[in-house]
Write a protein that binds this ligand. Structure first.
Ligand code: NAD
Length: 416
């Protein structure tokens, strides 16, 4: 069931297979990266990464998108024990849970099979109660975190100090915005518009998606003594093409991301003094995840971008992006390579001038000729690829899954 560019249900076995595919991808890169290959070691508990640079990693927002890819890379690429936090709806015998709930089960199952320690906590990462649960888990497991990945994407946050609920909005600042978007299932183009945000909405969005909660996490983890010396923390951001800046980078969410970047600088200064640690923001590629599918202009931009990047052989999904982030930036030696603003850039293939030039030209051709049905534009964009990624994020359209078969229960991913 799809409504308003959101899949309302999920396929348990499809979600599980997609997680396994991502694990296989990371394992397939282990040899070429010179990482210790995956596989159980007789008698040993930690099968992977005997000379691993990562002992333990905390992933906030571990169940889907970039957070899931980070957890998979840390565990199956570098042998890390992982603690993951996400906020997902459980499935019941007859009702679908959210995709991330099935993804977490698939991750935990694969980790266990490989001898990798993993604990998954389903709860509100903005609450101090969940912070305490993470700290307790770390202490029980006898580990400290070498890395903390901050990959939350949420429309709401309750401030633990005041109990006030804040809402983020995706709006432009200063002037209304209108642009095209696409229905991934039909390919129909639609005009979307958003009113300019009020001061209150701008401030609330920073409260939800800015750096306040990230800082609270690091402060409390450090105080509890569960961060390793030299710990690195990384939050994710997006900048994207200038055609989306009015709605994204220069809009409310972009304002929150700038606050996140400022927080990285403050955190880094503090962490380097106390534990020799560091904080980064990594700017990642635009991809189809549950969050990005509802941003105006982004779906149509991504459908064109995918086509152009696939033609050039430079297209990547979440797992390819994050595997490369770890291997070529975060764990490629010190200092970590950053741009003039101190940001890690793993979006460089997307932002390549020739790629962007071609995307802009195709978008204007689509805009000019496309009122209603998109006849004649199939060669300009990769709508099939976009649709696949959109469906795959909920466990549909996955090769090898029989979608005709009855799903006996919706509260399990089944046996392997
Ligand atoms: P996503 O929707 O796939 O994942 C969000 C995660 O946050 C999920 O695990 C969800 O369970 C978790 N979450 C949400 N609210 C929570 C709460 N209250 N408590 C605990 N967990 C909660 O999103 P994504 O697209 O992977 O985005 C993750 C980060 O990457 C965001 O900061 C986003 O801005 C950034 N990013 C996304 C893109 C993109 O194109 N999707 C590009 C660059 C950067």
């Amino acid at each position: 069931m799809i409504r308003g560019n959101i899949c309302l249900n999920a396929h348990p076995a499809g979600c599980a297979r997609e997680v396994e595919n991502q694990i296989s991808y990371v394992r397939s890169k282990n040899a070429s990266r010179g990482r210790v290959p995956a596989g159980p070691v007789a008698g040993g508990s930690h099968a992977e990464g005997r000379s691993k640079p990562l002992g333990a990693v905390l992933v906030l927002g571990c169940s889907t998108g970039y957070g899931l890819a980070s957890r998979i890379t840390a565990a199956f690429g570098y042998g890390a024990a992982t603690v993951g936090v996400s906020f997902e709806k459980e499935g019941s015998e007859t009702r679908s849970g959210t995709p991330g709930w099935y993804n977490n089960m698939a991750f935990d199952r694969a980790a266990k099979k490989t001898g990798l320690a993993s604990v998954t906590i389903n709860g509100d990462a903005f609450s101090d109660a969940v912070r305490l649960r993470v700290i307790e888990s770390a202490k029980t497991m006898g580990l400290t975190f070498d890395q903390v990945i901050y990959s939350l994407a949420s429309p709401v946050r309750t401030d633990p100090d005041t109990g006030i609920l804040y809402r983020s909005v995706l709006k432009p600042i200063g002037a209304p915005y209108s642009g095209k978007t696409v229905d991934p299932m039909t390919g129909n183009l639609m005009e979307t518009s958003a009113e300019s945000a009020t001061e209150e909405e701008i401030a609330q969005t920073v409260k939800v998606m800015g750096g306040e909660d990230w800082e609270r996490w690091i402060t409390q983890l450090e105080k509890a003594g569960v961060l390793s010396r030299g710990c690195a923390t990384v939050a994710y951001s997006y900048i994207g093409p200038s055609l989306s800046h009015a709605i994204y980078r220069d809009g409310t969410i972009g304002g929150a991301k700038k606050h996140l970047e400022q927080t990285a600088r403050t955190l880094s200064a503090g962490m380097s003094r106390t534990i020799g640690g560091s904080a980064f923001v990594s700017v990642n590629k635009g991809l189809v995840t549950r969050s990005s599918a509802v941003i105006p202009i982004i779906p149509i931009y991504l459908a064109v971008l995918f086509k152009v990047m696939k033609e050039r052989g430079t297209h990547e999904g979440c797992i390819e992006q994050i595997e490369r982030l770890y291997a070529e930036r975060l764990l490629a030696g010190s200092p970590v390579s950053v741009d003039g603003d101190g940001l890690i850039r793993i979006d460089e293939l997307e932002m390549d001038a020739a790629v962007q030039g071609e995307v802009v030209s195709r978008l204007s051709r689509i805009s000019a000729g496309a009122a209603g049905a998109p006849s004649g534009i199939q060669d300009l964009w990769d709508l099939d690829g976009y649709r696949h990624d959109f469906l795959a994020a909920s466990g549909f359209d996955i090769r090898g899954i029989d979608y005709e078969a009855d799903v006996a229960r919706m509260d399990t991913i089944g046996e392997v």
